[in-house]
Write a protein that binds this ligand. Sequence first.
Ligand code: FAD
Length: 816
Amino acid sequence: SPRVVIIGAGIVGANLADELTARGWDRVTVLDQGPLPLTGGSTSHAPGLVFQTNASKTMTEFARYTVEKFLALDVDGAWCFNQVGGLEVATTPERLTDLHRRQGWATAWGIEGRVVDPDECAALHPLLDRDRVLGGFHTPTDGLAKAFRAVVALARRAEARGARFQGSTRVTGIESSGGRVTGVRTDGGVVPADVVVSCAGFWGPAVGAMVGMAVPLLPLAHQFVWTGQVAELAGRNDELTEAGLPILRHQDRDLYYREKGDRLGIGSYAHRPMPVELGDLPEGDVTDAAMPSMLPFTEEDFAEPWEHSRQLLPSLRGTKVDSGFNGVFSFTPDGGPLIGESPDVAGFWIAEAVWVTHSAGVARSVAQLLVEGRSEIDLHGCDVARFEEVQLGAEYVRETAQQNFVEVYDVLHPLEPRRSPRDLRVSPFSARQRELGAVFLEVAGWERPHWYEANAGLLDELPAEWVPPERDDWAARHWSPIAAAEAWRTRTAVALYDMTPLKRLEVSGPGALDLLQRLTTGQMDKSVGSVTYTLALDEAAGVRSDLTVARLGEQLFQVGANGNLDLDHLRRQAPADGSVQIRDITGGTCCIGLWGPRARDLVQRVTSDDLSNAGLKYFRAKRVRIGGVPVTAMRLSYVGELGWELYTSAEHGLRLWDALWEAGQDLGVIAAGRAAFNSLRLEKGYRSWGHDMTTEHDPYEAGLGFAVRKQEGFVGSTVLAGRGEDTVRRRLCCLTVDDGRSVVLGHEPVYLDGRPAGYVTSAAFGHTVGRPIAYAWLPASAGVGTAVEIQYFDRRVRATVAAEPLVDPEMTRIRG
Ligand code: FAD
């Protein structure tokens, strides 16, 4: 097996050594700058609360594996996981409501948990002031990880399989040759390696810099205290068990609690964000009470949290804060961990910004990536390549990571807009969009209109059958009924959609065709001017992306992609001989989706090119002039209407917009936003990668078998042989909501015969069909007509599996 050096012997590094050696990679060396086993990193003082439930399925699965793994670990009979359960309490009505949503996530991802009343909260955690609590979310399988002890147990196990742990060895540089890692330089000499994985925690950016790799995390301090003896806890626990009460979260005040003997530990996010410079960390010997990851306690920041703690847990009035510190750990721009390989130095990997909670799960996935080439769990929200270049800047990381710290326990809507930084990336149409009162939400740094206030007047003209039902408070956030008017105009007249933020790549050169043939499921060897919807699979035939590939020349392809992960993947897969060039052309170009039954009437007024059905067939592309501007027109539509994606370079964008806008006035042209778009795409059954399907699903399960060519020779093809629509055990299904009005938003559990059987991926109100739509993963046995229930907060919403697509199954509209 290859020689592996792991930098960092914290909970992530130790787990990784264990997972690699369990897979037979026994030449593993773990280096740490600190002494062993107490290195002085975040793990050395981690209080170890493990709350598994998360909006993200991946994060929840990481946590579930950590629980399962640590339960089976011990050091000389002493526990590494104490399954005391978890209790999140609500002291405000808004929080209580949200606990039901959290309970829904738990159910969707297979974690048992219940929302309980104040009496049961008090019974579960007798220190609680019952009268302050409105209810709680109880998860019996949550608990306390003894992170530091788990490191010892994991290191012993890995060492027994051949791994070596070496402390007091600082890595000062990474050795490489010909773009491949060859070893690490340390203060004690060079250690040769074929693979290096940095598990350096909040030191990650410093280690990444050794290979020029941006590691977008910010070290932040976070307060933790131990109280003195709490009289009510005296005699409850012996030294070995330590704790019996559930771990507790008081999210309304940004606080959490754990028991230890007869004392309580309290963690607080209720203070100002405190970014930490690595150079300011304490130096000197590492002890329980002094280490680089522990900064002096700033008492004034804990005054209010202490008061709030004594209100929630009145027994604390009889004690005081015994000791406290400001502990250092990592925050990232989107809260996710950072996993991945350097784009420049092959064999250099990172696994950082990982909580104890997710540590075993992350390590298992990284070991799978290294040994088997693929993680069984979807990692798109963890891959460090998910960030756009502008998001890797120190300013961006600093601002967004601090915002995540502040919001860590906030009730966040799925569409919650980032407040800052904004206007990082704007399309050339931005000025016009603002004039039209665009309401922007941010994605990957882009400002993307969700609807236009200028269209509010259309609500008066809206035919009765298009008037959307009232929404509940939650579903009405970051939404407007104007979306209904925009959908109506798209289906009955014509609309402009700004598609600029969609990632666009140019793939060119003599090897371009072969590369795309190998990496995607579609037939790419078609005539110039053809456009193909295709899938990129991984080796196990999991869907790693869906792409729209236009052949613009013999050796020139334009690829519509999902994000930076596609760019990263293509670059890594491109042959080393320079026969393929891959360029991200997103920022230098722009795109208008011109869609609706009057789209052709409109465009013909501003072009002399032939855009008739004969002149440009469905799924064909050609270069034309519109309003004098050179445009690549592609005959496609995500909304299922006649029309084109019109691409031009950024400097021509405004001119193109104005030409279409002016020419379309008497045809009823409008600008339409993302809210209408999402509704229209779901009515047509168009999947959104990352939401509806990921690497965890194959094309047939996702309902994308049509995009798979029958020949062999593409990545994943051998695995797909013998599979088909009829062999799948689960399927992405289209549901419509029976009452015609209850809109759900995604990530809700779906019940079949009263039992949890799947979860919602994307959802929207279908304005054309006059009822809410939800796509959901369900067992394949749930055929068309099957009755199901969707859990929305504390309600069950009846829905039915529908035949898809709901609109225009004969494709007469789109083929115009
Ligand atoms: P670390 O434990 O920091 O390990 C990284 C190691 O890399 C260190 O030992 C360091 O010495 C070594 N290293 C760095 N640079 C070099 C170099 N150049 N050469 C050699 N070695 C190097 N998480 C939870 O899940 N639940 C909680 O309740 C919880 N509470 C927390 C409370 C506080 C106060 C804090 C600060 C954090 C808490 N966390 C919690 C977070 C958790 O502690 C960390 O996310 C986790 O321990 C990180 O583990 P790690 O292995 O990545 O990093």
